[in-house]
Design a protein around this ligand. Structure first.
Ligand code: SF4
Ligand code: SF4
Length: 226
């Protein structure tokens, strides 16, 4: 899922300076699961904004709403009324959702309430870690199911850089060396010999390096008749 984290309240309050009626908008997708932007967090942020503005002698009316997914723009219909009523929106979805609000309501001011971080997994209570960078051409089959793009700090494709020590990456003793993980995993599944195969240069045009990406599934378009 997409992992995001709340912006410092001071930053949100700074964005909202001068606004008299704002809507805090949550999303029931990834940000609810990672406890950053669901219904509960909408209530908490709305209260924080009200209290801070009250204390500053600049009261503000805060409306609250949460939709199924802010990355599916049709759901904005559910909260159209509060968005139209407010003079600014704080979206606590990922960056896709914030842009969804801006695209759907082009005349409205929208601010991000979260920092969108990465695609990752929940490892423990309150612990998430990056697992995929959406490179557009998955190579997990050659690396034993451990991503060299996301888990090696240099996204190396043909083994370690030589800087790792005791299984840790040279950038930090708190970061596992991705290639140590790949080696350990391939050893476990009896495929360590596959490391002798040289992996040709990766085509990064399917990644962000190729510019903004778009997926068009013609089969689904045909099915839907659109
Ligand atoms: S190889 Fe690419 S698509 Fe596969 S997990 Fe890594 S970044 Fe994601
Ligand atoms: S130490 Fe390991 S994870 Fe870090 S950059 Fe080198 S190969 Fe990649």
């Amino acid at each position: 899922m997409i992992i995001a984290n709340g912006k410092p309240i001071e930053e949100v309050l700074k964005s909202l300076e001068g606004h008299k009626k704002v809507a805090v908008l949550g999303c029931r997708g990834c940000v609810t699961v990672c406890l950053a932007g669901g219904e509960k967090e909408v209530g908490i942020l709305a209260s924080q904004i009200r209290m801070a503005r009250e204390q500053a002698g600049q009261p503000v009316e805060v409306l609250e709403g949460t939709v199924e997914r802010q990355c599916d723009y049709e759901y904005f219909e559910q909260v159209k009324d509060i968005i139209e009523e407010a003079d600014a929106i704080v979206s606590i979805a990922c960056g896709v959702g914030v842009q969804g609000v801006a695209e759907t309501f082009p005349e409205k001011v929208v601010y991000p309430g979260l920092n969108t971080m990465f695609m990752g997994a929940n490892l423990n209570v309150g612990v998430w870690a990056e697992r995929c960078q959406g490179c557009g051409n998955c190579v997990l089959e050659i690396s034993g199911g451990v991503c060299p793009v996301a888990r090696c700090s240099k996204s190396l494709m043909n083994g370690p850089c030589g800087g790792s020590q005791n299984g840790k990456c040279e950038i930090s003793k708190d970061v596992d060396c991705g290639w140590q993980l790949i080696y350990d995993r391939l050893s476990k599944i009896g495929r360590v010999d596959s490391l002798r195969n040289i992996i040709p240069p990766k085509d990064w045009s399917t990644s962000r390096d190729g510019g903004p990406r778009k997926l068009v599934r013609e089969d689904l378009q045909l099915e839907s008749g659109k």
